[in-house]
Design a protein around this ligand. Structure first.
Ligand SMILES: NC(=O)c1ccc[n+]([C@@H]2O[C@H](COP(=O)([O-])OP(=O)(O)OC[C@H]3O[C@@H](n4cnc5c(N)ncnc54)[C@H](OP(=O)(O)O)[C@@H]3O)[C@@H](O)[C@H]2O)c1
Length: 238
């Protein structure tokens, strides 16, 4: 990884795991750019981070279901933050986790895949020229592609399996083509956030614990090209 300026863009950084990571990466010396959908929520996050002494370079409007907006965001980032070296694809939606696979609605499949896979892939594609120029890295926050017996909401796991395939394919191509870019995926494990109705059961962790561990991983100085790294496993919820 480059030792130039350490500037990171985290999508969905206004709350949840993205915010926890922004906090701990920021405390470890990274300069942070917040990706958010809404100015008010972005500014609230910026206030909280700066009050901790973290250097926040600014925020960028990122709505993963709006491809024109994503292209515009990538252009804005290249112009305003040409030193960016790290993109964390964290933003995501759960889809309907209350329904079994057989009864999943097509609308839910479309929406969840549109945000978690298509939007994430399109934004990544738009960011690759800048990140390549800076010998950068892309980290995806995801869940395993293997189906867990404990928990398997179809729209969500399908969208994340597609995102995991994106990571594997791009990692292979970067290696084969000598592209100076690293991409890997991390499963944070069950984390108490809005995504799961702030569930807090044995085996769940809070955003500070997960943010600190993710930050440690990003700062470990190792090359993780193509890896799927599990911070904590999926657990049986009962
Ligand atoms: N929580 C877990 O147990 C867990 C486990 C494994 C993986 N993950 C993954 O971790 C990531 C973060 O999830 P979280 O648990 O922290 O959830 P969260 O608290 O609900 O945060 C999700 C973030 O994504 C943003 N977002 C949602 N839809 C978006 C869209 N269409 N375009 C752009 N941004 C959007 C949200 O912004 P708004 O505030 O504007 O809605 C929010 O900032 C997700 O990719 C999730 O799949 C979570």
């Amino acid at each position: 990884m480059t030792t130039k300026m350490k500037a990171a863009l985290i999508t969905g950084a206004n709350k949840g795991i993205g915010f926890g990571l922004a906090k701990h990466l920021g405390l470890s010396g990274w300069q942070i750019i917040i990706g958010a959908r809404n100015q008010h929520r972005a500014e609230k996050a910026i206030d909280e981070l700066t009050s901790l002494g973290i250097k926040v370079l600014g925020w960028v409007s990122i709505e993963l279901s709006d491809q024109a907006g994503l292209a515009q965001a990538a252009k804005e980032i290249s112009e305003k933050y040409p030193e960016l070296t790290l993109l964390v694809n964290n933003a995501g939606i759960p889809g309907d986790m209350s329904v079994d696979g057989l009864h999943t609605q097509m609308k839910d499949i479309h929406q969840t895949i549109d945000v978690n896979f298509i939007g994430t892939f399109y934004f990544t594609q738009q960011m690759i020229p800048l990140l390549t120029k800076n010998n950068g890295r892309i980290v995806n926050i995801t869940v395993p592609s293997e189906i867990s017996p404990y928990w398997h909401p179809l729209a969500y796991v399908a969208s994340k399996a597609a995102q995991n395939a994106m990571m594997g394919v791009l990692a292979m191509e970067f290696q084969q083509q000598g592209t100076p870019l690293e991409i890997f995926s991390v499963h944070p494990g069950p984390t108490t956030t809005d995504l799961n109705g702030n569930m807090s059961l044995p085996g769940f962790h809070d955003i500070d614990t997960v943010g600190a561990k993710l930050s440690e991983l990003i700062n470990d100085g190792q090359n993780h090209q193509g890896e799927f790294i599990e911070l904590y496993p999926i657990v049986k919820e009962d």
